[in-house]
Design a protein around this ligand. Structure first.
Ligand code: APR
Length: 388
């Protein structure tokens, strides 16, 4: 088995294959240090924690992760908090920076004797429509090579070799540009709220997400095409305080911005998630906008489904799991996409010359109001917000 990519999808898959005794190698383009320090998402759904628990991969997140069960909305009409841990299925998030999860998964995989090649870029997946697919690679020193296996798992993200190797027409590509961009910031400062904060403002959305006691993530909606360095630190903090209504609800803990980047909110789904002997999981299968923090959770879920199906096929000769892999995952993916799209519409006016009509603006306000006042709407929110 060849697995492309050492993100959450590839590493969970690698660990589970190893656990089943299936021979596999992970090929990762980046260095080990890069993979272990790349700050990404940080919200793990309850089901994700259950999956990791089942396979003994959750020790670090139980020790260092923090439980979260509330989020706060701030709008012109006031603020309200949703204790989603007491609503719906009464499930909590575990806040655990993704690079720490990746480090745990990697350490566990390597300690268990798992094979991984860092700085080895997959160039192409060949012969995917046969029972003997191959992956061509280029290593950091320029040497090239080829790996053969019964199956290849493309866990190498949206720009990886797996997607790029799909012949035209082999899979359908659904995509959506949400017309919204965020300036994503990692700041050296403790969280300013006990909860995730969503501020809806005429100047655009602002978000607050705890990461660790020393590091907080903020997001500021900006015009599409804005360069990441366009805003000074002072402007960033002024804008965050304005949109989060710090004057009314208390100042933010300011700190140095240590990382920034533009996130264009777009989503896509490939269908089916298989081409012959090549399977797609994680971002390679579907990119989901970060508005509802579903990406890493879907990646872990898909990796477990794929690992089970591969074990059935390779160890017991039962191909049914692999035949249903795509359809099973797509049910979860579309549900997550639907909720994520709902969140985007709740939180933003679309950018662009036309902006948002007064009609849509009022609909959005009414949607927030029903979230504030309707218990059944809150239960629905909670179930989808923490669920995958
Ligand atoms: N060859 C080998 N490795 C590659 C290649 C390639 N051609 N292209 C990309 N990679 C590696 C990347 O360096 C990265 O380590 O594949 C890995 C993909 O990992 P992620 O981007 O973390 O994707 P995935 O495992 O699918 O996790 C998905 O995690 O951060 C969240 O929300 C984010 O949705 C995303 C989720």
């Amino acid at each position: 088995m060849v697995v492309l990519g050492a993100g959450p999808a590839g590493l969970v898959l690698g660990n589970l294959l190893l656990e089943s005794g299936i021979d596999c190698v992970i090929l990762e383009r980046a260095s080990r240090a890069h993979v272990e320090t790349r700050a990404r998402a940080g919200f793990l759904a309850a089901n994700t924690v259950r999956i990791l628990d089942r396979h003994g991969l959750a020790e670090g997140l139980h020790r260092r992760g923090q439980k979260h069960g509330a989020c706060e909305f701030r709008t012109d009409d006031g603020r309200f908090s949703l204790d989603y841990g007491r609503l719906g299925r009464e499930e909590l998030h575990t806040v655990y920076p993704q690079q720490e999860l990746v480090t745990d998964l990697l350490t566990r995989y390597m300690d268990a004797g798992g094979r991984i090649r860092f700085e080895t870029k997959a160039v192409a997946v060949l012969d995917a429509d046969t029972a003997q697919p191959a992956v061509t690679v280029r290593e950091a020193d320029g040497r090239t090579g080829r790996w053969r296996a019964r199956y290849v798992a493309g866990c190498d993200g949206r720009h990886g070799a797996a997607r790029a190797s799909l012949p035209p027409g082999a899979v359908r590509h659904h995509r959506r540009d949400h017309g919204v961009s965020w300036l994503g910031l990692l700041v050296e400062a403790p969280p300013s709220l006990d909860a995730v904060g969503y501020a809806v403002h005429d100047r655009g959305f602002a978000g607050h997400m705890a990461r660790t006691p020393e590091i907080t993530r903020y997001y500021l909606q900006c015009a599409p095409g804005t360069p990441a360095d366009a805003w000074s630190q002072d402007r960033i903090w002024d804008e965050l305080e304005l949109r989060m209504r710090a004057r009314q609800y208390g100042p933010l803990h300011r700190g140095r911005v240590v990382q920034r980047g533009i996130v264009d909110l777009d989503s896509d789904v490939l269908e089916p998630l298989r081409h012959g002997s090549l399977f797609l999981a994680g971002d390679a299968a579907s990119v989901i906008s970060p508005s509802a923090a579903k990406g890493a959770n879907l990646a872990v879920l898909e990796a477990e489904i794929l690992a089970d199906a591969l074990a059935d096929d390779l160890l017991r000769g039962e191909a049914e799991g692999l035949d249903h892999y795509s359809a099973r995952c797509l049910t979860y993916i579309w549900r997550a996409q639907e909720f994520s799209q709902w969140m985007i519409r709740l939180l933003h006016a679309p950018s662009g010359p036309d902006g948002e009509s007064s009609f849509h603006h009022s609909l959005r306000r009414s949607r927030i109001e029903s979230l504030r006042t309707s218990r059944s709407q809150q239960d629905w929110f909670a179930e989808n917000y923490v669920g995958v």
